[in-house]
Design a protein around this ligand. Structure first.
Ligand SMILES: Nc1ncnc2c1ncn2[C@@H]1O[C@H](COP(=O)(O)OP(=O)(O)OP(=O)(O)O)[C@@H](O)[C@H]1O
Length: 453
């Protein structure tokens, strides 16, 4: 087995840029935006646009699996420093990315570089999309979902989002989630087993899935339990490359609304954004010996990933007049993310194994092309009537008033002759029951009291 060449210096990599595929890496500081409460004062949609950003493209190597080691697999591609991937067999073939993660990198390290700025942006009203792309068994689900020992980007993002809420004392947030899969070009709701074959619609704000269930969420544990329940419905199958292969693309969406925290929120603008966390199904190798249902799934997966590739090529081409977003459900749903607004992070997962060398090369070329899509990180602001947070805030105000009236009823009413100690206790219980029923009805109220009471 050939050993990977390790930690070659950046200078070394830069000297070999005679390769036609080499382009300089993007400095990290350009995209690693820190979260700051002042960021809410940035210009919003319709105002002066912010500087163009490009898609953050990173590559994550997984280690050789024990099966691959047993089979005597050799290393075909390796991380040459922090930003270059190089071919073991042809050192002139090298690609540069925003960051390359070697096989020992933890998902937390991947998160810090490839996801944190997108999650931070979403909490400030900037749409964000993070997706894992790669061939089957390259580590997409490991990266996006992870497990107890090594939580993936999705649980880390959820934890981060709630952490940001706790640190942002001057704003109120309302979070809701939805979770869907695209299986054989059919959109299914993973949070609602009855929600099958849902339609994709369009309005002025972009594409959306009609009738998808959205749950208001109150804590990281709440979100993770919803995801776990959703996972039960996801299509997973065994292929000869992966015992637990994802046979569908999944999109987990965290919708964030926030507004300044003050007694009367009348007239305050609400920021609104969506964070899409996507675990793509793996592109199927031509060597996969699949039959029946697996083969049908594989051809749908390959077709939609091919369309994604075409869309990305057209977007980076500059001269393309037509971008075929409508050719697959996946690209239709990603249309607004890819066509200009919000932050996008593409994490390409690859195996170093020589038996996958060809497919890995395709993934590397895809990631390299994606880096050239230009996007703008605009902050979305919405008008009051459309905002769920405004609706809940006004209900809280109304509840407060009703509570005041009830209190006044108990404590200022002239004592009647037949008012006993038992009657007063009964009245108090009624007040508590009244409050509890409203609290349960609107999780947001609980949220409000936890973070701002
Ligand atoms: N970075 C990593 N470190 C250690 N093990 C990894 C890493 N990435 C993936 N693995 C392991 O490799 C196997 C395949 O990974 P995973 O299921 O995430 O692949 P996938 O790309 O999602 O595949 P598919 O497209 O078939 O669903 C799993 O056993 C996983 O635990």
């Amino acid at each position: 087995m050939a050993s990977p060449r390790r930690n070659a210096s950046h200078g070394e990599a830069a000297r070999s840029d005679s390769s036609p595929t080499y382009t300089p890496a993007t400095p990290r500081s350009r995209f690693a935006a820190e979260f700051s409460p002042e960021a809410f004062d940035e210009p919003g949609a319709g105002e002066a646009p912010s500087a163009k950003e490009s898609v953050t493209a990173t590559v994550r190597f997984r280690p050789l699996s024990s099966r691959e080691i047993r089979q005597g697999e050799e290393i075909a591609w390796y991380a040459d420093g922090e930003t270059i991937v190089r071919s073991e067999h042809n050192p002139n073939i090298a690609y540069a990315y925003d960051r390359v993660f070697g096989p020992t990198t933890t998902t937390q390290q991947v998160y810090d570089v490839a996801a944190q700025h997108v999650v931070g942006g979403a909490m400030q009203g900037i749409n964000g999309t993070i997706f894992a792309y790669g061939v089957t068994s390259s580590g997409k689900t490991h990266t996006m979902h992870g497990d107890q020992r090594s939580p993936g980007i999705i649980p880390l993002a959820v934890k981060d989002a709630f952490g940001i809420i706790q640190e942002t004392l001057n704003r109120e947030f309302l979070l809701r989630v939805s979770y869907l899969e695209i299986y054989n070009e059919v959109v299914n709701d993973l949070l609602n087993p009855a929600g099958k074959n849902l339609r994709i619609r369009e309005d002025l704000q972009g594409t959306f899935v009609e009738g998808i269930k959205e749950e208001v969420v109150l804590s990281p544990t709440h979100v993770l339990s919803l995801i776990a329940a959703g996972e039960e419905h996801r299509h997973i199958g065994s292929t000869n490359f992966n015992l637990l292969s994802s046979r569908s693309h999944t999109i987990f969406t965290l919708t964030v609304e926030s507004s300044p925290f003050c007694e009367s929120n009348e007239g305050e603008t609400v920021t609104f954004s969506q964070l899409n966390l996507i675990d793509l199904a793996g592109s199927e190798s031509s060597r996969a010996e699949t039959t029946g249902a697996r083969r049908k799934e594989g051809s749908y997966i390959n077709k939609s990933l091919l369309t994604l590739g075409t869309v990305i090529s057209k977007l980076t081409d500059g001269k393309a007049t037509h971008v075929p977003f409508r050719n697959s459900k996946l690209t239709r749903l990603l249309q607004s993310s890819l066509s200009g607004q919000g932050r996008v992070s593409l994490i390409c997962t690859v195996t170093p194994a020589s038996s996958n060398s060809e497919e890995t090369h395709n993934t590397l070329k895809f990631a390299h092309r994606s880096k050239h899509i230009e996007i703008q990180a605009l902050q979305n602001k919405i008008i009051d009537e459309k905002s769920l947070i405004k609706k809940y805030q006004s209900e809280i105000r109304q509840l407060r008033e009703e509570l005041e009236q009830l209190k006044r009823g108990i404590f200022t009413a002239t004592p009647l002759k037949d008012v006993t100690e038992d009657n007063i206790i009964l009245w108090k219980q009624k007040v508590i029951l009244f409050l509890l029923s409203h609290l349960m009805l609107y999780g947001f109220v609980v949220f409000h009291f936890i973070y701002h009471a």
